[in-house]
Write a protein that binds this ligand. Structure first.
Ligand SMILES: Nc1ncnc2c1ncn2[C@@H]1O[C@H](COP(=O)(O)OP(=O)(O)O)[C@@H](O)[C@H]1O
Ligand SMILES: [Mg+2]
Length: 157
């Protein structure tokens, strides 16, 4: 059952870091899970389609805003690796009067690459490497109410 009470949880982690697995386990029964990959698949029929990224990001943002204004708890199951992407979620949560916390999947790039290579839908390894190089860990100073770190050991597999 979806709980009442608005809150926004922003996942942060590389592809293969376990965001979706952790989200299903921790919040699958209580929160609305929003994932741009699913929007992309439904609305463009593709896993990756740059010309429609503006549409996907608009739809994701509007959906999250409507859910929060209806006092629903929401999890953003997306990479959110850049400070700017996280700031957009923090601003939205504050505008909606929702507490916002970040859950950082702190998993070694080598582990993410290994898991990714075993998947059906693979993200190119050089794309993951480039993301890892640019990545800045999330900080409470960005405006989060809390930042929690999940490691590959604490996640239980
Ligand atoms: N803690 C874990 N230990 C081992 N394998 C995991 C763990 N978490 C996720 N996986 C596996 O790694 C792969 C990627 O996980 P997923 O949750 O889809 O990552 P993300 O959503 O971050 O891309 C999946 O095949 C999943 O079963
Ligand atoms: Mg995922």
């Amino acid at each position: 059952m979806i709980c009442s009470g608005r809150e926004l949880i922003v996942l942060c982690g590389l592809p293969g870091s376990g965001k979706s697995t952790h989200t299903r386990k921790a919040w699958g029964d209580t929160h609305v899970v929003i994932c741009a990959d699913e929007f992309r698949k439904i609305h463009t029929g593709r896993d990756f389609y740059p010309p429609a990224e503006w549409l996907i990001s608009t739809m994701v943002r509007v959906t999250v805003e409507v859910l929060l204004r209806r006092s629903m708890p929401v999890v953003i199951d997306m990479t959110s690796l850049t400070v700017k992407s996280r700031l957009n979620w923090i601003d939205l949560a504050k505008r909606c009067d929702a507490p916002v916390r970040c859950v950082w999947m702190d998993v070694a790039t080598s582990t993410c690459l290994a898991r990714n290579s075993r998947r059906e839908r693979k993200v190119p390894a050089d794309v993951i490497d480039a993301m890892a190089k640019r990545f800045l860990p999330p900080l409470i100073e960005e405006g989060f109410d809390a930042v929690e770190r999940v490691t590959e050991w604490s996640d239980g597999g």
